[in-house]
Design a protein around this ligand. Structure first.
Ligand code: TTP
Length: 197
């Protein structure tokens, strides 16, 4: 039996993977997220590897494990999930009226007929925010939407009204770069719709 496991607790990642017709199980990672770099493209790949590896080690047989991590990069800072409302406000204050980058790193771990292959990649999407008033920021933070999201916003939610434009893959901002994922799997000879739990 071959199966695909999404090593993520993120409901957005699950929805995105469902969108492309994959049949898969969800197994959130308990990995300690250890970062040795402060370069966004390296951070997201490293963290996606931590998450994917921890789940992969708990499996046996033919399996494809997908781990992912998303951060927002603004000037020299990396913004993860805000710890509280004050931090969310502070992040949005920096992002409003400016351009930032969203990085999602993905690690694919494949065991097929006893052979293990591993691959990591990342996608970058540039996002431009309209200016936001202090009142708009406070109201958005009060919705609670920023709290479990990198950079304190969800482009797929109420913050859509503040997004002037994006350059790159939209699904990458939400948490999983679908087109790149499909292309990488294709290169590995995997048709995601042929794999079943
Ligand atoms: C920028 C942005 C991020 N996000 C989300 C995607 C991710 O779920 C989250 C970033 O946190 P992550 O640490 O990448 O993921 P997670 O903790 O939610 O899930 P797991 O580690 O189990 O895979 O921010 C949005 O939903 N919309 C957005 O516009």
């Amino acid at each position: 039996m071959r199966k695909i496991i999404l090593a993520s607790a993120s409901p957005r990642r699950r929805e995105l993977l469902e969108q492309i017709g994959a049949v898969f199980e969800v197994c959130p990672s308990n990995a300690e997220e250890i970062m040795t770099s402060s370069v966004p493209r390296e951070v997201v790949q490293e963290l996606s590897r931590c998450k994917g590896n921890e789940v992969f080690e708990r499996t046996s047989g033919d399996v494809l494990v997908i781990g992912a991590d998303t951060v927002v990069a603004f000037q020299d800072s990396i913004l993860g999930k805000p710890a509280d409302a004050a931090m969310a406000r502070d992040m949005l204050l920096r992002l409003q009226g400016n351009t930032h980058q969203v990085y999602t790193g993905v690690t694919l771990l494949l065991r097929q007929g006893g052979t293990v292959t591993q691959k990591s990649f990342y996608e970058k999407t540039e996002v431009v925010f309209y200016p936001m008033t202090g009142e708009e920021i406070d109201a958005y933070v009060r919705t609670g939407e920023p709290m479990d999201k990198a950079g304190a916003y969800g482009i797929q939610g109420k913050s859509a009204v503040f997004v002037e434009k994006i350059d790159g893959d939209y699904s990458n901002v939400v948490g999983l770069p679908l087109a790149r994922l499909y292309q990488e799997l294709k290169q590995m000879g995997i048709d995601i719709k042929e794999w079943h739990s």
